[in-house]
Structures are given as structure tokens and as C-alpha cells.
Design a protein around this ligand. Structure first.
Ligand code: XBP
Ligand code: MG
Length: 252
């Protein structure tokens, strides 16, 4: 069946946000609350096993801070930390220093011109998405996407397929009409469980993940003057991802 909609993950897929975006924002929040917690780049790679910022903080305390004595209202503290983290992160985004990954803007513009419907499907907080789109893609980029499925809209975050199901329901689409873009194993499990064909572009934190079941695995979407590197799959002689290549993948 012909594709009608492209569903984009955000962190690691649209933009390399984790290492120099989310991570320092968490650290700033910990500092603000007088906690001696610090997530270096290596530890953060381990913490990425868990999606969702609040979930990640809880996971850290459980697995890396066994002697930490939780206050009575620990859930309240996690929520406050996360609210502060979101503020730090969106402040960072507003500086426009976190760019889109190669080929993202080009492909989105081409897809819009071709009449494909677009959506964002992510575990991150909604305001993070709108801020990233506005400051790193285009002032009106939020309007490019029919649906922004994000954060706590569904209780079970990726790798659960719930957020993809939610987005498809909102858009009245079947999985066969969609193509998803992901960068991580958790993201790929989520989209495949929802029955959606998925293209993977890797990044430093996810390059070693198992991506069995993906349409193809690439370094990035590529540009005409900066070809992607192929990790696995068939790319029919193309050196950058465009709408015709997406259609080709979906014919097979
Ligand atoms: C990536 C995530 C998120 C962010 C943190 O989501 O796992 O948890 O690291 O975001 P995706 P919040 O790849 O699905 O976009 O702190 O806002 O939860
Ligand atoms: Mg991701």
C-alpha cells in the first residue's frame, strides 16, 4: 500500500539532543536542587535504556544511588526536578545551538510538497518538541505536523507501541499507510510493535543497538553533497533519502 504519512521520532532522530541537550539540562536541575547527582556522557548512555525523563531519574536512583534516602514525597521531588529540567532544556534550545540532523529539513520539505502527512511520535515532553521545531527547524515548523504525540499522553512510553497507536488513531491511519523514523532499539520496538515499517538513522548512543526488522539502517538521511553511510539494507544506488526512496522501500 502507498505511504500516506511519515511519523518522526524526535530525540536522536530529528536532532542529536541527548548528549549535549537533555543530559546537561538534567544536571542543571540536580544542581539547582542541591543534589550531588551528575550524569556524565558515559553514564547517560546507560540511563538511555529507560525512556522518559521522570522514569529515567527514578531508574537512576534505584540502580545507581542505592544509599540515597528518598524523601516522603519522592514522586513530588521527581516531578519538580523534571519541570526544572524542562525549563533548562528549552532555554538551551532557544539559543538555537542544537541543529537538525543531516537531511531532516530537506526531507520534511520534500514530503510536504509531495502531500505526505507528517506527525511527531516521541516520549519527550510536548514543550520540548515545539521549542526544538521552532528554534532548530523553522519558526512555523509546528504547523508542518498534523499531530504531535508526546510525553505522558499515553502512560506506557516506548518501547511500548501505545504512542504510535495513539497517533494513528488521531490521524485515522492504518499502519500500512505509515512509515516511521527512529534512532534507537526502544523506538524501533515501539514502531514495529505498532506494525509500522521503520527506517533507522543511528547516532553515537545507538550505533551498537540491534535493529533487526528495520527497512534499512543508515548513519543519517544524507544530503546531495553529503551521502549517508549504509549500515544495513538496500538503498538502490541512492546516496541520500528522498521521497522516491521511501516509496521504493515500501513497494518491497
Ligand atoms: C527520548 C527520550 C526522552 C528524553 C527526555 O525520546 O527517551 O525521555 O531523553 O525527555 P524520543 P523528557 O527518542 O522518543 O524522542 O525529559 O522530556 O521525558
Ligand atoms: Mg529517539
Amino acid at each position: 500500500m502507498a505511504i500516506e504519512a511519515l511519523l518522526f521520532d524526535v530525540d536522536g532522530t530529528l536532532s542529536d539532543t541527548e548528549r549535549e541537550g537533555h543530559r546537561p539540562a538534567f544536571n542543571q536541575a540536580f544542581e539547582q536542587f542541591g543534589l550531588d547527582w551528575h550524569w556524565d556522557a558515559e553514564l547517560y548512555g546507560k540511563l538511555l535504556a529507560v525512556t522518559g525523563g521522570k522514569e529515567r531519574i527514578r531508574y537512576y536512583v534505584e540502580h545507581f544511588r542505592p544509599s540515597y534516602v528518598r524523601p516522603a514525597n519522592f514522586d513530588g521531588l521527581v516531578n519538580k526536578l523534571h519541570t526544572a529540567k524542562t525549563r533548562h532544556y528549552t532555554t538551551l534550545l532557544a539559543q538555537g545551538l542544537i541543529p537538525m540532523r543531516p537531511g531532516v529539513k530537506r526531507l520534511l520539505q520534500e514530503a510536504r510538497a509531495a502531500g505526505l502527512r507528517l506527525a511527531v511520535v516521541t516520549t519527550t515532553t510536548p514543550e520540548n518538541v515545539t521549542s526544538l521545531l521552532r528554534h532548530s527547524l523553522a519558526e512555523d515548523a509546528e504547523t508542518w505536523f498534523e499531530v504531535i504525540a508526546a510525553g505522558d499522553i499515553v502512560p506506557a512510553k516506548k518501547p511500548a507501541p501505545d504512542i504510535y497507536h495513539w497517533a494513528m488513531r488521531e490521524m485515522n491511519l492504518t499502519p500500512q499507510q505509515c512509515l516511521a523514523f527512529e534512532d534507537s532499539r526502544n523506538g524501533l520496538i515501539s514502531s514495529l510493535e505498532a506494525g509500522i515499517r521503520t527506517l533507522v538513522t543511528v547516532n553515537g548512543y545507538t550505533a551498537q543497538d540491534n535493529f533487526d526488522g528495520a527497512l534499512a539502517v543508515l548513519s543519517d538521511l544524507g544530503e546531495p553533497d553529503a551521502p549517508f553511510k549504509l549500515v544495513s539494507g538496500e538503498t538502490y544506488g541512492k546516496t541520500f533519502v528522498d521521497v522516491s526512496l521511501l516509496k521504493r522501500w515500501c513497494e518491497h
